[in-house]
Write a protein that binds this ligand. Structure first.
Ligand SMILES: O=CC(=O)O
Length: 314
């Protein structure tokens, strides 16, 4: 399959994925090209697949530039950077990496809850700076038993729920429709969910409907003791409103793995000890990234060997 051209739109910074792709295909690394338009134009007739990730996918403009494109195999579960309607229209197949990253993302959500409530990062800084020698660290807030509200009860939302249950947390959720056979309490609006939980977690896919699903009203409903956890996508949350809510004390704290304009993070957050900031690392373990890479490559192989795709979306 060496003659099949694959365009990697995301940075080629996971060597295992790059090596596995290079073993099988001719790999074009877009991020390494000094002039991207020229690069695409020079290779457009040999590119039959695109590999992107959560940050760099395949938008309508790119898709239109690639006349031979057959498949987009994303190194991510979220596909908000891939123009799905355009792919459907052009009969381009799309795959992602579900399931293999669910546990890591759910683990991280719980980690953020603990980190915010128990001030893990701030107390680590307390020890390192030598402040402990001058006195004990202040008391923090209990996690066990806090009510957890989840926006989006898909695979990741469910995995967060089962973990939080082990901490005796009552669980409730918002989704477009109530799920049959789910024992957790359903709220038909995000505001109602926020008003009835102490920790609100964003775990849904980013779509036009879920853009800024956490807005000023939702933050006010969560309130000055409430904690927002976002392991979804930055644009789920109205970020300027989040900054104001935290600075004004209308929201109790936040644990954020994602931001509206990554890797740019609003600087006013840097001074807040009730906020924990992570660089979009939900699935960022060696084990999981390898499993994701295997799915990316497996989907491409299945497609070009005319076999059923492993994790098809379109
Ligand atoms: O954000 C990560 C992903 O969508 O896999």
């Amino acid at each position: 399959m060496e003659s099949i051209g694959v365009l990697m739109t995301c940075p080629p910074n996971f060597p295992y994925l790059v090596e596995e792709l290079e073993k099988r295909f001719t790999l074009y690394k877009l991020q390494n090209a000094p002039d991207k338009t020229h690069f695409i134009n020079s290779h457009k007739n040999s590119i039959r697949a695109v590999v992107g990730n959560a940050g760099f996918g395949a938008d309508a403009e790119l898709i239109d530039q690639l006349p031979k494109l057959e498949i987009v195999s994303s190194f991510s579960v979220g596909l908000d950077k891939v123009d799905l309607p355009k792919c459907k229209e052009k009969r381009i197949r799309v795959t992602n990496t579900p399931d293999v990253l669910t546990n890591d993302v759910a683990d991280l959500a719980i980690g953020l809850m603990l980190a915010v409530l128990r001030r893990l990062c701030e107390s680590d800084r307390y020890v390192r700076s030598g402040k402990w020698k001058k006195g004990d660290y202040k008391l923090t807030t209990k996690f066990t038993g806090k009510s957890v509200g989840i926006i989006g009860l898909g695979r990741i939302g469910m995995a967060i729920a089962t973990r939080a249950e082990a901490f005796s947390c009552p669980i409730s959720y918002y989704a477009r429709t109530e799920k049959p056979d789910v024992k957790y309490r359903y709220y038909p609006s995000v505001i109602e969910l926020a008003a009835n939980c102490q920790i609100l977690v964003v775990a849904c896919a980013l779509t036009e409907e879920t853009h800024h699903i956490v807005n000023r009203e939702v933050m006010n409903a969560l309130g000055p003791k409430g904690v927002l956890i976002n392991i979804g996508r930055g644009p789920h949350v109205d970020e300027p409103e989040l900054v104001s809510a935290l600075l004004e004390g209308r929201l109790g704290g936040a644990g954020l793995d994602v931001f509206e304009d990554e890797p740019n993070v609003p600087e006013p957050l840097f001074g807040l000890e009730n906020v924990v900031l992570l660089p979009h690392v939900g699935s960022g373990t060696v084990e999981t990234r390898k499993a994701m890479a295997d799915l990316v490559v497996g989907n491409l192989e299945a497609h070009f060997f005319k076999k059923p795709l492993l994790t098809p979306v379109v």
